[in-house]
Design a protein around this ligand. Structure first.
Ligand code: AHR
Length: 502
């Protein structure tokens, strides 16, 4: 089968905001405890943080990490996580039916951000709590010395304000499962008043208001419109979440889900524009897609803990999806969608980062390893920075319940002008046929292929595990070449590739 693509230097979508390669870390399962934090681990640093995990996180070059939740944040008291560790209270975490030791709190998380070269995106509890604790938290993190919260921070070991710029006003407040769930009207008012208070403290903070938890919510997309009617002038981003699953074992349908994602983004972008027009506003609000990933492999195992039949365990194995090769293709398609919607999506967070629906897995006391999905995320984060190209793509496709005529080829192109490099991320969705792909390179000057990585596997269900951590890894591709401004490459069935041209 044949696919033809045209990339023109001047035919662009937008500058890609590097924050679309951010991640999410929640106090959930083993994400924190025995994930990033394990004082007895042979690689632990003075703060009890695992060095092997930190190394893998650094390798991903993650711009921001959203923390501490998720559903967890909606009943979280941030003050429980400050002061001497041995005096911190153990609390029942109502979101995940577990115990929270609070051995990791804001000080430990901020120090870890420095260790792994990332920056914090902090979430505020607007479920069980409200405006007052929100402003106290922000003042504790960013406030000057000589004030109550600034001085308390100093007493707890940190004199200098952390100056965290990015704050989430609650989490999934449209979800009936959320502690402190609200209607769009209730939440919109609270979020606006909270945003006003935070802006009174520091006008320059970047604020994220909650959009829908997914596009199947009954309140979507009215939720977005109403919440934005309340908050438009006070916030910078509206957050969206989406998780992907292949419960019926139907790969073709599964791999068309990013078309549903694309529609979700387009609809919310339209809601933003509608409210902007209603308000006669000059400012723009963007999308923060701050939770996305594949999530379904572990659902059955999690039931006992989530239904409360296991008591209140501390850091149990929860949401530990072991990803398969098929998920590489899915994650590649999702990341391509964010690149193609870089005009409106300015932040996106893979959910999550370690152990919990995560690219990185750990064994307590043992090694850390890369799941299959680590690789498309790694290459996009490393090489998907620059300007998103508006590619013209011609390729046969198929009809699915999510969209008609889904092309077998999913492709995104990024032009890094400074490095004079073009990077293409391409997925062949076809199970049996190769795609003979021709990409016309217009306006880029002479070029040659400098890097070509391929991920394929004869078994869609192949996984990386403790026993076999390298069952699914990228390999160097062969045969891609540029001649007379035409890049030709063969994409094998069910494959992901990255082709770089300089
Ligand atoms: O990432 C797991 C959970 O998914 C988060 O806690 C919540 O925000 C979402 O429903």
């Amino acid at each position: 089968m044949k696919a033809t693509v045209t990339a023109h230097r001047d035919f662009t979508i937008a500058a890609i905001d590097e924050r679309i390669y951010s991640a999410f870390l929640e106090h959930l399962g083993r994400a924190v405890y025995t994930g990033i934090h394990e004082p007895d681990h042979p690689t632990a640093d003075a703060n009890g943080m695992r060095g092997d995990v930190a190394e893998l996180v650094r390798e991903l070059d993650i711009p921001f990490v959203r923390y501490p939740g998720g559903n967890f944040v909606s009943a979280y008291n941030w003050e429980d996580g400050i002061g001497p560790v041995e005096q911190r209270p153990v609390r029942l975490d109502l979101a995940w039916h577990t115990s929270e030791s609070n051995r990791v709190g804001i000080h430990e998380f901020m120090a870890w951000c420095d260790t792994v070269n990332t920056r914090p995106m902090l979430a505020i509890n607007l479920g069980s709590r409200g405006l007052d604790q929100a402003r106290n938290f922000v003042e504790y993190v960013n406030g000057p010395l000589g004030s109550y919260w600034g001085d308390l921070r100093k007493k707890n070991g940190r004199a200098e304000p952390w100056n965290c710029r990015l704050w989430c006003l609650g989490n999934e407040m449209d979800g009936p499962w959320q502690i402190g769930h609200k209607t769009a009207e209730e939440y919109g008012r609270l979020a606006n008043e909270t945003a006003k208070a935070l802006r009174a403290f520091d006008k320059g903070l970047e604020l994220v208001v909650c959009g829908s938890s997914n596009s199947d919510m009954k309140t979507y997309p009215e939720w977005e419109r109403i919440v934005l009617e309340h908050t438009y002038e006070a916030v910078d981003h509206i957050s969206l979440h989406m998780y992907f699953a292949n419960r019926d074992g139907d790969t073709q349908t599964y791999l068309s889900l990013n078309h549903k994602l694309d529609r979700y983004i387009a609809t919310v972008a339209a809601a933003i524009r509608l409210v902007k027009a209603n308000k006669r506003s000059k400012r723009d609000v963007h999308i923060s897609f701050d939770e996305w990933n594949v999530w379904y492999h572990s659902n059955a195992e999690d039931r006992a803990v989530l239904e409360g039949n296991a008591g209140w365990p501390h850091a149990p194995r929860l949401l530990e999806d072991i990803y398969i090769f098929e998920d590489v293709l899915q994650v590649g398609c999702i990341l391509n969608t964010f690149i193609r919607r870089s005009d409106v999506v300015k932040i996106a967070c893979i959910a999550q980062l370690v152990n919990v629906i995560a690219p990185i897995m750990t064994e307590p006391g043992g090694p850390a390893w890369r799941q299959t999905i680590y690789y498309p995320y790694y290459f996009a984060s490393r090489h998907g920075r620059g300007t998103a190209l508006n590619l013209s793509v011609s390729c046969p496709g198929y009809d699915s319940i999510h969209d008609d005529n889904v092309p077998w080829l999913d492709i995104a192109g990024v032009h890094d002008e400074a490095a004079r490099t073009l990077t293409f991320f391409a997925i062949n969705r076809h199970a049996a046929e190769s795609l003979q792909t021709e990409i016309a390179l217009q306006g880029f000057g002479a070029a040659r292929v400098t890097e070509h990585k391929v991920m394929t596997h004869e078994n869609l269900r192949a996984r990386n595990t403790l026993a076999d951590p390298d069952a699914v890894v990228p390999r160097d591709g062969a045969g891609a070449r540029v001649a007379d401004g035409l890049l030709t490459v063969t994409l094998p069935p069910h494959s992901w590739q990255m082709i770089r041209v300089t």
